[in-house]
Design a protein around this ligand. Structure first.
Ligand code: SAM
Length: 343
C-alpha cells in the first residue's frame, strides 16, 4: 500500500530547460511554468481525488529549452496510475530506472517477496505504461541485478519485455574489478595489481562474489541514434587519433562495460538509507549516451533515493519521479534539493 500522495517540485533557474505547459482540460492543480498551484499536498492514495472532474488534466510536459528553467517533479505515488495520470503520453525522452528485483530485498513499503509470476505480470504492466509515456525515439535504461541463488531475474525480466520493446544494448554495470599487473603488461600508469570498487562479499564455496548488474537499453524501434562519444574514453595511443577519422575527437566508444563504483560511506543508515540504489553516475551516463541535446524530460518510475533526479540536476534536464515509500521519497527530494542548491 503506497503512502498518501504527495508532490514536491524543484526548479533550477538558467539550466538548459524551460517548461511548456501541456495541460489538457480544466484543473484545480496547475502545473504550468508561471501558474503552479501547489508544492506539497496530502491528497490520499488516489491522485484523482486531487483533481475532480477530469482524468486528463495535469498531463504535463517539462521542456528543456536553452536559457530557462528546469523543473523536477517528485511524486509519492504508485508509478502505474501516477504515470497514466500525470505524464503526457509520448513526452518522455529517457527513462532510467531500477525496479524492485523480486529477490526478497527488505524495502520499507514494498513487498519484494511476491511470487515470480505475479512479479513478471506486474513488470509487463508498468513497462507498458512507461512505453506509452516515452517518445518514439526514447530510451529506457533498465538496471536490474540478481543474487547467486536466484540468477535468472534479469533474464526473465528481459524476456517478458521482448514483445514490448527492442533490446538495443546490453550494458554491464561493473561495481568492482580486479586487474592483475601481469595481465596488463607494460601499460602506462598501471604499475601494480589493481582491485577497485565495492561489492557485497558472499561467503560461499560454490558462488563467486557478485560484482556486476545489468543495464538493459530498450527502445521502441531498436534504431535510436546514440551520442556514444558523450561518454567516450580517450584513446591510449595518440597515433590512432591521427589515423582514424572517427577518432578525431580523441575519444572512442566506451563499450558495454561501465565501471561505476559506489561512493565510500561511513554510515549506511545516515548516508544511504535504502537497500538497493545505484550511484548518480549511472543515470548520468545513460542520459548522456542517449544524447543530451535530445533530452527534455527524464522519468524514473521507481525513484528510491532519487539518484536519477540528482543526475538530472547535474545535467540540467527535467525530471519526473515516482516512489511509494514516504521515507525514500523525502530523502530523494532532500538530496536532489541540496544538489540543486549547491549548483
Ligand atoms: C531498486 S529501488 C530503486 C532505487 C533507485 N534507483 C536509487 O538509486 O535510489 C526500487 C524502488 O521502487 C519503489 N517502488 C516499488 N513499487 C513501486 C511502485 N509501484 N511505484 C513507485 N515506486 C515503487 C520501492 O519502494 C523502491 O524504493
Amino acid at each position: 500500500m503506497p503512502d498518501a500522495f504527495r508532490h514536491e517540485t524543484i526548479r533550477i533557474e538558467g539550466g538548459s530547460g524551460a517548461i511548456s505547459d501541456a495541460r489538457i482540460g480544466e484543473s484545480n492543480l496547475r502545473f504550468g511554468q508561471l501558474d503552479f498551484g501547489f508544492d506539497k499536498l496530502d491528497l490520499g492514495a488516489d491522485v484523482k481525488e486531487a483533481n475532480p472532474g477530469s482524468d486528463e488534466c495535469n498531463l504535463r510536459s517539462a521542456r528543456s529549452n536553452p536559457g530557462s528553467e528546469v523543473v523536477l517533479d517528485f511524486y509519492l505515488e504508485d508509478c502505474i496510475p501516477g504515470i497514466r495520470k500525470l505524464v503526457e503520453p509520448g513526452s518522455v525522452d529517457v527513462v532510467v530506472t531500477s525496479p524492485p528485483y523480486n529477490l526478497g530485498i527488505e524495502y520499507g513499503a514494498y513487498d519484494d517477496t511476491v511470487a515470480r509470476d505475479e512479479y513478471l505480470a506486474w513488470t509487463v504492466k508498468w513497462a507498458g505504461v512507461v512505453k506509452d509515456a516515452m517518445s518514439d525515439g526514447g530510451s529506457l535504461f533498465l538496471n536490474i541485478g540478481s543474487k547467486p541463488t536466484d540468477p535468472w531475474v534479469p533474464f526473465e525480466v528481459a524476456e517478458v519485455l521482448r514483445p514490448i520493446f527492442r533490446l538495443q544494448n546490453v550494458i554491464h554495470w561493473v561495481k568492482s574489478i580486479a586487474i592483475a599487473k601481469e595481465d596488463v603488461g607494460d601499460y602506462g600508469t598501471i604499475v601494480s595489481d589493481v582491485a577497485i570498487g565495492h561489492y557485497k562479499p558472499i561467503n560461499s564455496r560454490r558462488f563467486v562474489n557478485d560484482c556486476h548488474e545489468y543495464i538493459f537499453h530498450f527502445t521502441k524501434s531498436g534504431d535510436v541514434s546514440l551520442d556514444r562519444l558523450a561518454i567516450g574514453v580517450p584513446y591510449q595511443d595518440e597515433s590512432n587519433v591521427k589515423r582514424w577519422k572517427a577518432a578525431k575527437e580523441g575519444l572512442r566508444c566506451r563499450g558495454n562495460t561501465w565501471f561505476i563504483p559506489y561512493e565510500t560511506i561511513q554510515s549506511r543508515v545516515k548516508e544511504r538509507p535504502h537497500p538497493a540504489t545505484f550511484p548518480p553516475r549511472l543515470p548520468e551516463m545513460c542520459i548522456q549516451l542517449h544524447g543530451l541535446d535530445k533530452v527534455n524530460i527524464v522519468l524514473d518510475p521507481f525513484m528510491g533515493l532519487g539518484n536519477t533526479a540528482i543526475a538530472c540536476v547535474r545535467l540540467g534536464v527535467g525530471f519526473t519521479g515516482f516512489e511509494i515509500d514516504g521515507v525514500y521519497f523525502d530523502e530523494a527530494y532532500r538530496r536532489a534539493k541540496s544538489e540543486a542548491d549547491a549548483k
